[in-house]
Every structure is written in C-alpha cells, then in structure tokens.
Design a protein around this ligand. Structure first.
Ligand SMILES: Cc1cc2nc3c(=O)[nH]c(=O)nc-3n(C[C@H](O)[C@H](O)[C@H](O)COP(=O)(O)O)c2cc1C
Length: 283
C-alpha cells in the first residue's frame, strides 16, 4: 500500500543519518527494527531516546523562535493582573491527594477569578528563585528548563470576558490572545467530550520543546511529558482543595488545538486540557 512512499522514506532516512554519529544511527536502526517487529512507529523514538553507558542522547540544535523567551512567551495583547492566589484552602494536602478524582459533571455556575488565579499559581506558578537567579515553579522540571505553558479558554468566569488567554506566570496575569466564545471549537477539537463544553473554563497545558531539547537532546520528548505530568497533578490537587471539579483530557486533535491557540505543534506541543467547573455531585 505504502510502496509509493518507499523512495521518499528512504531519502528522508538517508538525510537524517547524515546528521547522526555512529551511536545515534545505531539507535535509529534499532528503533526501526522494533517498529517493524511490533508494527509501532513510536518504538523508533523509544529506542532513540534511551540512555545507556555509552550514549547520552544526541545533541539537538533547535532555536527558540520569536516570541519565546527562556522561561515564558511574549505577547503584545492586553494584560490583566490576576488577584493573588489564596494562601490556604483550609484543606489538608494529604486529604486532597486521597480525594482527588476525575470529575466530569459541572453545575454551569461561574468560577470566581480568585479560584482561577489560585489554580494557575499552584499548577505552574513561579514560586521562588534558584541560586543562579532563574525561576522555580510549583512543578519540578528537568534541568529547571520549564517547558510548560498554560492557556485559559474562558467560558464562564466572573469578571473575565470569554476568550483565549495566555498565563504569564512571571507577573501572575492573563494576556488576551483572542476574544470570544471558543468552548464549542475546543469541544469539537477534544473529540466532542461534553465536559470540555460544559466547563467554566478549560486550562490547556502545552510544552515548549526546544527549552528542554537545548540540554537533553533526543531524550527531551520524554522529559517534557514528565514535566507536564507533574504540573497536571498540581491542577488536580489545587482543584480538589478548592472543591471544584476537573479531569485530564488527553484525547484531542492536536492540529485543531494548535490552530485555536496559535501555536505550531512542533516547537510548542499541546499536552493536556483540564476542563474546570463547579462540582455537580458531592461525594
Ligand atoms: C494522560 C491522561 C489522559 C486522559 N485523557 C482523558 C480524556 O481524554 N477524557 C477523559 O474523560 N478522561 C481522561 N483522563 C482521565 C482518566 O480517565 C482518569 O484519570 C482515570 O479514569 C482514573 O480516574 P481518576 O482520575 O478519578 O482516579 C485522562 C487521564 C490521563 C492521566
């Protein structure tokens, strides 16, 4: 079936091999062997990104494009300061971890601005400084390179117009990217999952791949997922502590999410969506 693509694949692999040293190339070949054996192309990456005693992952030469800083993005849009996050929820952290659940039913009542601010801060916020002056975050990050970005698709938040916003963690503010109701578009992009449509807002986490790739080479695609996983658990815990409801959503059409957010799906990759709303059922 794919015979007509064979020549193209051959040329592309040849070009890739030209940029690789012997060890990297051997990894690629091993990955291809596994991919053929198990009929799973993901195994190419799996093999290419493993560390061993004589292999630390090939160097990559990505550059951060315009609009990307080392630790955040730069937008020209109107910026709105968020209220400071709550200092405490009155809920014990052990309790919040034990009671956390994926909750998909929301009352439709609005979420307050301070609740949004609290979730953002405890999920991906800047919480301190490292000895070299760089920021520290609420989530741990491989090499402290902090690839995770957060966007809010606001639907029903008190005091915030419907639209798509970028969370600037450095001054704890929202930067407007697009005004309007995008909940239907997001719902379609998330394979028609009702909870995405019914949420007061959706928090979309992405990863800026070159931040991590600048140091960790081929292994970075693993690292950025781990970083986002840590931030994602923070979302669950913060939402639970506030008595709200959320669920991680990983099933979505990547290109549709990228189009909505205005990102390219290569340098910056969509990772998870968290619909957030008032909890419909008490359990
Ligand atoms: C990476 C990831 C992707 C997920 N994607 C979806 C999703 O697309 N839709 C959904 O309703 N739940 C999704 N979930 C939630 C899981 O279904 C849920 O965590 C699992 O059923 C366990 O339930 P619990 O979170 O209440 O413990 C996802 C969870 C993870 C960790």
């Amino acid at each position: 079936m794919a015979r007509d693509l064979g020549n193209k694949v051959h040329r592309l692999l040849q070009a890739l091999l030209e940029h690789m040293d012997r060890k990297e190339a051997e990894r690629l070949v091993e990955g291809l062997r596994l991919a053929v054996k198990y009929r799973d192309p993901a195994l190419i990456y799996h093999a290419a990104s493993q560390l061993s005693h004589d292999y630390y992952g090939g160097r990559l030469s990505y550059r951060l494009p315009q609009g990307y800083e080392a630790y955040h993005k730069r937008y020209g849009g109107a910026e709105t300061r968020l209220p400071p996050p709550l200092e405490t929820s009155g809920v014990d952290s052990f309790w919040a971890i034990r009671n956390r659940r994926s909750r998909r039913e929301y009352t439709g009542e609005p979420v307050r601005k301070v609740e949004l601010a609290t979730i953002l801060f405890y999920s991906v916020g800047v919480t301190g400084r490292a000895w070299w002056g760089g920021p520290k975050r609420s989530y741990p990050s491989a090499g402290a390179l902090q690839p995770v970005e957060a966007y809010v698709v606001a639907n029903n938040i008190e005091g915030i117009a419907q639209g798509i916003y970028y969370y600037n963690a450095f001054n704890h503010s929202l930067v407007e990217i697009r005004r309007g109701d995008f909940s239907e578009d997001l719902y379609r992009a998330a394979l028609d999952q009702e909870h995405v449509l019914e949420a007061s807002f959706n928090l979309v986490l992405t990863a800026v791949y070159p931040r991590t790739a600048s140091k960790y080479g081929h292994r970075s695609y693993r690292y950025v997922h781990w970083d986002v996983g840590f931030a994602g658990e923070n979302v669950y815990i913060a939402v639970e502590a506030l008595g709200l409801a959320t669920t991680a959503v990983g099933a979505f059409y990547d290109e549709d999410i990228c189009r909505l957010l205005g990102i390219d799906c290569v340098i910056e990759i969509p990772m998870l969506i968290f619909p957030v709303g008032r909890r419909a059922t008490v359990d």
